[in-house]
Ligand binder design. Sequence first.
Ligand code: NAD
Ligand code: MG
Length: 347
Amino acid sequence: MADVRRIALLGATGSIGRQAIEVIDAHPELELVAAASGSQQINGLAPLTQTGGDLTELLERAEPDLVLNAVVGFAGLAPTMWALEHGVTLALANKESLVAAGELALAARERGGGGLIPVDSEHSALFQCAQLGEPESLVLTASGGPFRGRGRDELADATPEQALAHPTWSMGPKITIDSATLANKGLEIVEAHFLFGLGYDRIEVVIHPRSIVHGLVRFRDGASIAHLGYPDMRVPISYALTYPERAATPVPPLELRTLEFHEPDTDTFRMLALGREAGERGGTYPCAYNAANEVAVQAFLERRIGFLDIAALVEDVLAQVDGSPARDLDELVEADRRARSLVGVTR
Ligand code: NAD
Ligand code: MG
């Protein structure tokens, strides 16, 4: 990479944000020009910083070459749309915005004409595999989370502490709960649909406890290409920030051991099936799925509901919304608001 790449990092204090700073610091050709956080002060972290507020104002001022959106949740919508609309390369960790906005995001990208590079490890893996040809179908791997192998009756009393103890990845609290319910994989099915333009019948999920294989692409000639590596987000972050180069990271070379794969248990982990269903129904169903999940996860973390209530509440909301497509961002924001208001928990 000859030129310096000017990066705006949103969600700088989070799990992805902190690892991104490590990657940026290690590469003189990457320059952090702007950084934002939700509530923690970050003065001095970058020439331009912002805490809370409208993130697009910061982006307007910073004029970055690349936006790394590592905000958590639907709050990441505005910067995702800003980058896509302006043709500024978007390194996307904030899967919720793409899941919720779907077609609106793709239309903005079409108008803007910029790059969209996934940071989510599975999608980064698939994106890399897809450089070799047109994918016929995709496989997303899931660790299965801390409750892999358990049945419903064993999960009724699961606590936030137990759900937060992820076996292979160290991440922010929201996505860690999503990994325990498999909502994360539900979101990722929809994310893959929009990133790779494949129908849901061509996107498969397999449980792979050690998180070594991150994704696999099948091609029409019968060949399949998988992406392997230790579970370390610095790899997909580095790939997205330095693409199309492949920069060095401190992650050790892979040693091969036995790899195990099996089918997910969608009866116990309802959020996986609900995510796929929401995606298949289309319109604002994925937006409602995401919104209801965000509210339910927060309630679970605050011990106001049980672990299994997360899926029950989301299922309830999906049965109530009409799911009609959003014609613009205002309608999308309204669909998100409505789904949140329908989650049957007291605040
Ligand atoms: P986190 O909770 O650790 O960090 C979230 C960041 O977003 C923080 O900096 C917080 O200040 C900021 N933020 C929250 N609300 C905001 C708002 N309204 N305005 C501006 N900033 C706000 O989360 P994380 O684990 O780093 O995840 C970030 C995103 O990346 C999520 O969408 C997650 O699904 C995705 N992701 C994370 C990982 C991971 O390993 N952590 C892996 C794949 C994808
Ligand atoms: Mg992922």
